[in-house]
Design a protein around this ligand. Sequence first.
Ligand SMILES: [Zn+2]
Length: 272
Amino acid sequence: MDIITHTLSGVAAGTAVANFSRNGISDKTKIVLFAGFGAFIPDLDALSLWSGFDSTIGSILNLVNSGKNIYFAKLWYSHHAFMHSLPAGVFLAVLLSLLTAVLSRFGSNNNGISGKSFKEFLIRQKFIFLAFMCGYIMHLLGDLPTPSCVWGGVNMFWPLKTYVGGTGDIWWWNNYDIFIIALVVSIINCSVILTGICKTKSYKCLTLFVFTLGFFICLYQIKNRDANFNYIGHTPDYHIYEEKSKKIQKDILGEYLYNIMDKLDKKIPLYF
Ligand SMILES: [Zn+2]
């Protein structure tokens, strides 16, 4: 799945988590942003595809394989490997929590964590930790229905060698319908949070409900595409799948909405 939809799915999950925090808007915003960040991070393992990888990182680390070979291999640092696993999510969430705690302690002269113990600070961070993890998990789930390609899914339970997913229910990108659902969920939930309606006890789970509803609508959309995008290894039919995925979006969204999304896609210098 493309990085924009991944990140937005994390933001949507973050809005569900943020509503449970008793802190103010700035803390809730932080929770939502960390969830989006958590959903963005796993694809950093695609860094090896960067044109300058071999002459910089590859050269410094004296890597035998080229960046492109690393990307398509099944090494622990290849695409869809360690960074696409639950242990990596937990590791990075702990690391991030500790880092924010330490940084806040350094800046604690005025408004950091002065007067609070380190432990108390970490407990206060629990929603940020949770939101980051939720975002991370949303990314992993979003990659499960993409094609097998050379990996056969994602290495969700690293260090186990098993890769899960790779079902080919959706194409790598052009999943505008999923993007729109994540956008609508995020907008509704942000409005709920900003209007303060969530302060009422009975509305506490409202954002969680909206998110869950959006999640299942996405699942329905993913499982009901009238196509099979799966391929193993590399495919010479890349452009055929690409066209098919666009036609499916046109059928789902209708000409008008599809054209808007298509225009937006062409303006974004990323696969979307
Ligand atoms: Zn990914």
